[in-house]
Design a binder for this molecule. Structure first.
Ligand code: HEC
Length: 161
């Protein structure tokens, strides 16, 4: 009788082991399905450097030594069309303070933002996050490509002061 009990206990343990084994294997398969898309979990710090070029027509902007004449042209447009919402200090106004902007964002990102803020707010993660934080959309100021480049030069100049 004792012998029989022992072997049935042993059989039960083996059975349990098999169940655990299959359970462990089985539970691996559905896990990736339940995992949310990776970008849903990415925390964006809008004050931090981003190497993104943004979304828009500017995919490659080559920078050279600062061109003061260009910066002057940019300053005139900036004073006219941007100071209603932006300061060149770190202080937030309607939009973010633009101090250090040329070291936080790529030239391409800045020019895409200046020329097509609607598309950027819709499709670029950093611009989207800025919009969520400030709850005001950046207005499209109908800035042409050359003027956007001039403004970028002015922002570079103002960052290097
Ligand atoms: C009506 C107000 C308004 C005007 C005018 C405006 N902006 Fe903006 N800007 C914003 C807001 C608000 C944001 C934050 C993003 C958003 O909510 O769309 C922003 C974001 C930006 C950013 C990104 C800032 C960051 O920290 O990454 C840059 C660069 C910028 N603006 C440049 C300009 C320039 C250059 C002009 C002038 C051609 C301009 N803006 C005109 C409101 C404005």
């Amino acid at each position: 009788m004792k012998n029989l009990n022992y072997s049935s206990t042993f059989r039960n343990l083996t059975f349990l082991g098999v169940i655990i084994f299959f359970h462990a294997c089985g539970s691996k398969t559905p896990a990736p399905v339940a995992t949310p898309a990776p970008e849903a979990n990415v925390v964006i710090d809008t004050k931090a450097y981003s190497d993104s070029k943004g979304v828009g027509k500017f995919t490659e902007v080559k920078l050279e030594a600062l061109d003061p004449a260009r910066a002057d042209l940019g300053k005139a447009i900036f004073t006219n069309k941007c100071t209603t919402c932006h300061k060149l200090t770190a202080d937030k106004f309607v939009g973010p303070g633009l101090a250090g902007i040329t070291s936080r964002r790529t030239p391409e990102w800045i020019m895409n933002m200046i020329t097509n803020p609607e598309l950027m707010m819709k499709s670029d993660p950093v611009a989207k996050k800025l919009f969520e934080e400030l709850l005001t959309p950046m207005a499209n100021q109908n800035i042409g490509d050359e003027d956007a480049r001039n403004i970028l030069e002015y922002l570079r100049q103002s960052d290097n002061k």
